[in-house]
Design a protein around this ligand. Structure first.
Ligand code: ADP
Ligand code: MG
Length: 259
């Protein structure tokens, strides 16, 4: 059974505008899928809808994780089932430090996994895991004591998203333009960290505008997303082709020639 199955998914905004217009996607465990497309094509809308963001309404279609539907589940329940979204624009939570946020998130997942019993991670174990992950992802330790994303640079926010990913160990990680805001060294570190986590225990959907991050997280499949649909699908070579040729051929205005 596939890890994730998306069937003919349609997503609309509150005002009724349809942004995602029928997507099919199957992700097996251990696979990396890249979703590439021009700005405004609906990539983040798709990611938010998968996670259950209330601003995005699934008007038809189905999303199955391990064969059971996610659609009636709240975002925290989806997270408990192993779904994780690294936001393109991470939220700030003034008043909550990065460290306490991470510990709360880990404890919430542990509680769900024990069927609702509190099972907080022992502090020494938490410190050890946090220290290992911050070192690996080269997260400045100074960030850990600050309020979550409050005044963080774009790159710092992206590092914290991936730090969460490393600690929460989801089964399916959706990375929404994690590469934007990262300089080349940071990209190498962060993408390399994600790549190390990919395997039988974690699959990934890497949403990106550029091919660059895919040098470090090698995709098994590349899907070109334009105008709310997949307009082309292939292997890693498709990403390289997009890098040299751009998206013009796939824009809706050019659709008669491109498909
Ligand atoms: P991408 O991530 O591919 O750049 P988005 O999914 O962010 O595209 O946006 C697709 C379209 O939906 C854009 O026209 C955007 O303005 C619109 N949109 C997305 N989210 C919202 C929202 N919460 N409110 C209003 N419009 C939105
Ligand atoms: Mg986006």
């Amino acid at each position: 059974m596939p890890l994730l199955e998306i069937k003919d998914l349609h997503v609309a905004l509150d005002d009724g505008a349809e942004i995602v217009k029928g997507i099919d996607l199957t992700v097996e465990s251990g696979e990396v899928h890249a979703i590439m497309g021009p700005n405004g094509s609906g990539k983040s809308t798709l990611a938010h809808a998968l996670m259950g963001h209330p601003a995005y309404t699934i008007t038809s279609g189905e999303v199955l994780l391990d064969g059971s539907s996610l659609l009636k589940l709240a975002p925290d329940e989806r997270a408990q089932k192993g779904l994780f979204l690294a936001f393109q624009y991470p939220y700030a939570i003034p008043g909550v430090t990065v460290t306490s946020f991470l510990r709360s998130a880990m404890n919430a997942l542990r509680k769900a996994r024990t069927g609702g019993e509190d099972d907080p991670i022992p502090i020494p174990e938490f410190r050890k895991e946090l220290a290992a992950a911050t070192e690996k992802l080269k997260v400045p330790r100074e960030l850990l004591g600050r309020y979550l994303n409050d005044g963080f640079s774009g790159g710092e926010k992206k590092r914290i998203e991936i730090l969460q990913l490393a600690l929460l160990r989801p089964r399916l990680a959706v990375l929404d333009e994690t590469d934007s805001g990262l300089d080349i060294d940071a990209l190498k570190t962060i993408a390399g960290g994600v790549s190390d986590l990919v395997g039988p225990e974690m699959s990934a959907i890497v949403i990106t505008h550029y091919q660059r991050i895919l040098n470090y997280i090698r995709p098994d499949f590349v899907h070109v997303f334009a105008g709310g649909r997949f307009v082309a699908e292939g292997g890693p070579e498709l990403a390289e082709q997009l890098e040299s040729e751009g998206y013009d051929a796939y824009l809706p205005e050019a659709s008669n020639g491109a498909r």
